[in-house]
Design a protein around this ligand. Structure first.
Ligand code: COA
Length: 190
């Protein structure tokens, strides 16, 4: 098992074959997927896990498995990922993103792990900016962005190019961002 990063309560690691059932749940549970148009079955989830594993191995970016240390439970995923949403987002933009199984909501795990991803991006990889985006009424997700110290940039809000017309209520996305300078100013006392 390769650990990408750790926090006091969490390990951010590469995917393992035995993660598949929980990864499938993350892609199909109605509560988790409220703000996404599609659901993936087990086979599609397996294909996605393979793609994620390859992307992580070749680029170092992607969505990683998120494990709670005290019981080794896979609780969701978190990551720093290169976006592919031109022209809504510029080429090369890097997003921080998260998805947890509902039984693990309300404990601060998304914020704790995403904070570690920002540190990886700004301090270890020297990124100039990290963005995050969500359907505008996904308030749990935008609350994570605000807890991280990211700022809403309304002029950069966008209609997600891959949301089909069958789901117009999921198109509008709010855009949050943080620059490396803002990160360093926030963490200058460390
Ligand atoms: C978005 C998502 C990850 C947010 O999960 P979350 O549990 O609300 O966020 P956190 O893990 O940061 O936890 C924060 C909550 O834990 C509470 N908390 C409890 N113990 C805590 C601790 N030790 N440290 C920090 N917060 C703690 C906070 O007070 C906060 O509670 P609140 O929701 O009542 O305000 C989750 O709702 C999710 O997976 N949604 C579905 C997928 C999704 O939409 N992903 C984003 C797509 S853009």
């Amino acid at each position: 098992m390769t650990i990408i990063a750790e926090t006091p309560r969490l390990a951010i690691r590469n995917w393992r074959p035995d993660d598949l059932d929980r990864f499938w749940l993350l892609n199909s549970d109605e509560t988790v997927m409220e703000f996404f148009p599609g659901r993936r079955n087990r086979e599609q989830s397996a294909e996605m896990m393979t793609r994620l594993t390859e992307t992580i191995a070749t680029t170092g970016y992607g969505f990683f498995a998120l494990e709670r240390k005290d019981d080794a439970a896979l609780i969701g995923f978190v990551g720093l990922a290169r976006t592919d949403l031109e022209p809504a987002l510029p080429k090369g933009a890097v997003e921080v993103g998260w998805r947890l199984l509902p039984e693990y909501w309300g404990s601060g795990y998304a914020t704790e792990s995403a904070q570690r991803m920002l540190r990886l991006g700004f301090e270890e990889r020297g990124l100039p900016e990290i963005v995050s985006f969500a359907v505008e009424n996904n308030i749990r997700s935008t609350a994570v962005m605000r807890r991280l110290g990211m700022t809403h940039a309304p002029e950069r809000d966008f209609d997600h190019p891959r949301i089909p017309d069958t789901h117009p209520h999921l198109k509008r996305h709010v855009h949050y961002a943080m620059t490396g300078d803002e990160w360093r100013a926030m963490h200058a006392d460390r």
